[in-house]
Design a protein around this ligand. Structure first.
Ligand code: G4P
Length: 192
């Protein structure tokens, strides 16, 4: 999505350690009109795929997941990272390791919210090593539901998570794929 690439170039900041800061429009201060445009793009890519729900994991995937679900006219559900008192009964869970933050957490969704006849579109803001998406795919399948695919706003192509998911047969749609970036060398986008 050309408009997202332009936003990343004008408002994003490349930090040391392969981290892209996009809090100015994407995941802290949220450009709501632009989020709807991005969601419409994702919804078009999955129109006709029979999506019944959109799933993400808290926190910063929620905005694009909500907007995408609204564009598709389906509910949005998010996995919680911490088991709290308002999560009880049967749970679908997945252990997710974050290389960026060097921690492991359990993503959990009430089993009633993902049913065997659901076809789930998994949406997140970033795709790096793919651990979050892999965990959510496993969580969906453990509930007997199927995965329509995964969509993200920004894929860090140099971290291979997206390519390895595609190789395993999952439909992965990324609004922008960054193949190279450095604080002083700029950003190189992938164009298929
Ligand atoms: P992976 O799931 O693809 O393997 O990614 P990884 O564990 O490496 O990333 C985990 C977290 O770091 C995710 O947020 C992801 O959104 C975020 N992240 C990864 N790379 C970048 C980056 O370059 N810039 C920014 N801004 N975030 C990045 P999270 O831990 O789930 O946190 P949150 O959603 O609660 O904020």
């Amino acid at each position: 999505m050309r408009a997202l690439e332009e936003k990343i170039l004008s408002e994003g900041r490349v930090l040391e350690g392969g981290v892209l800061q996009v809090g100015a429009f994407l995941n802290q201060l949220v450009d709501t009109a632009f989020t709807r445009e991005m969601a419409d793009d994702i919804a078009s890519a999955f129109a006709g795929d029979g999506v019944t729900k959109v799933l993400t994991v808290e926190t910063s995937g929620i905005m694009i997941a909500f907007a995408t679900a609204a564009a598709l006219g389906v509910p949005m559900v998010f996995a919680k990272k911490n088991k709290t008192s308002n999560l009880d009964g049967n749970l679908l869970t997945a252990e997710i390791h974050s290389f960026t933050h060097n921690n492991t957490y359990t993503a959990a969704v009430c089993a009633d919210y993902i049913r065997p006849d659901d076809k789930i579109l998994i949406v997140d803001d970033f795709l790096a090593n793919g651990e979050a998406l892999r965990g959510l795919i496993a969580l969906v399948r453990s509930g007997g539901a199927s995965v329509a695919g995964c969509a993200v706003q920004i894929e860090k192509g140099f971290q291979r998570g997206g390519d390895s998911l595609r190789e395993s047969g999952v439909k992965v749609y990324s609004l922008a794929i960054i193949d190279e970036m450095s604080p002083d060398g700029g950003i190189v986008f992938r164009h298929p």
